[in-house]
Write a protein that binds this ligand. Structure first.
Ligand SMILES: Cc1ncc(COP(=O)(O)O)c(C=O)c1O
Length: 296
């Protein structure tokens, strides 16, 4: 049930090395991760019972934690095994997985040297409703007021919970204006990404996408770049200025949740047609995420 609050659902959550009943997976209010944002997470998707790019997601979780100056207390193999076992226990095939790691309650202050690191993994059903006709209409996105911070100001390349503050504020503002999402610039005023997805543009059959030097280099982004190159489509990663937005023919966003989603409009000023490049990559991405059959 989509509307059921997340803390009231049932099933299992892997929590610090054991499977606990869903509603027992609690944290104390005096948790460092809650007060000081010492928390990192992943968003993963399983298709047909197989978690897409699990190794890459686990590696990114570890790197996100390292950037926040903590180590995950489990190996990649343990985390991957727990994720797969969780899916099986929950009897999920098409699902979203949310690993999250945070500093606990042992110390309460900016210094958190002795805090235990906790790790939990939850999963819930999330079918991939892939109706190309519907999706090809594209989404409308607004411009965000907040900018992605300078990597010298914040741990910009970590999937750290605290960085989502400005994403939620920006997404709420966009939704109030009737848009689905918001396009964020970086601190230099360059086009960066959306609140939970990377952005791509197409001009004359060539893909242009912002260099991922101040925001999350999405796993879907990297996959789509690889898929485009496999097709012989030229991909240019470069600084893109907002003044250029009027010049592009197509625009799409990528992310674990968004997959490849065309954009039809930015802030009422720029309009795009989901064209051949977007359509090709939507199809190629959906083919790529399907479980790989073991060789006979
Ligand atoms: C801010 C942000 N950018 C980009 C992405 C896309 O990343 P990925 O393709 O790894 O899901 C996400 C989603 O995780 C995100 O939250």
């Amino acid at each position: 049930m989509a509307s059921e609050p997340f803390d009231k659902r049932s099933g299992w959550i892997w929590y610090d090395g054991a499977f606990v009943p869903w509603q027992d997976a609690q944290v104390h209010v005096l948790t460092h991760g809650l007060h000081y944002g010492s928390c990192v997470f992943e968003g993963e998707r399983a298709y047909g019972g197989e978690i897409f790019k699990l190794d890459e997601h686990t590696a990114r979780l570890r790197e996100s934690a390292r950037i926040l100056d903590f180590e995950l207390p489990y190996s990649d193999a343990e985390i991957n095994a727990a994720s797969r076992e969780l899916l099986a226990r929950m009897n999920l095939k098409d699902a979203y997985l949310r690993p999250v790691a945070w500093r606990g309650s042992d110390m309460m202050g900016v210094s958190a040297q002795n805090n235990q690191i906790h790790l939990a993994i939850a999963a819930w059903e999330w079918p991939s409703y892939f109706d190309p006709a519907q999706r090809l209409k594209g989404i409308r996105i607004d411009e965000a007021k907040y900018r992605r911070p300078d990597p010298q100001t914040a741990p910009s390349t970590s999937k750290a919970a605290g960085l989502y503050m400005i994403c939620t504020i920006s997404k709420h503002a966009a939704e109030r204006n009737g848009y689905a999402d918001a396009l964020m610039l970086d601190w230099r005023g360059r086009v960066a990404e959306c609140t939970g997805a990377n952005v791509f543009f197409v001009k004359d059959g060539v893909i242009h996408t912002p260099e991922a030097d101040a925001f999350l280099n999405g796993i879907t982004r990297q996959t789509v770049i690889e898929l485009a190159k496999r097709r012989g489509i030229v991909v240019i990663e470069r600084a893109i200025m907002p003044e250029e937005l009027a010049d592009f023919d197509e625009c799409f966003i990528t992310g674990t949740a968004a997959e490849v989603t065309p954009v039809s409009e930015i802030a009422g000023r720029f309009h795009y047609q989901p064209g051949p490049v977007t359509r090709t990559l939507m199809d190629d991405y959906m083919a790529e995420v399907q479980p790989k059959k073991a060789a006979a």
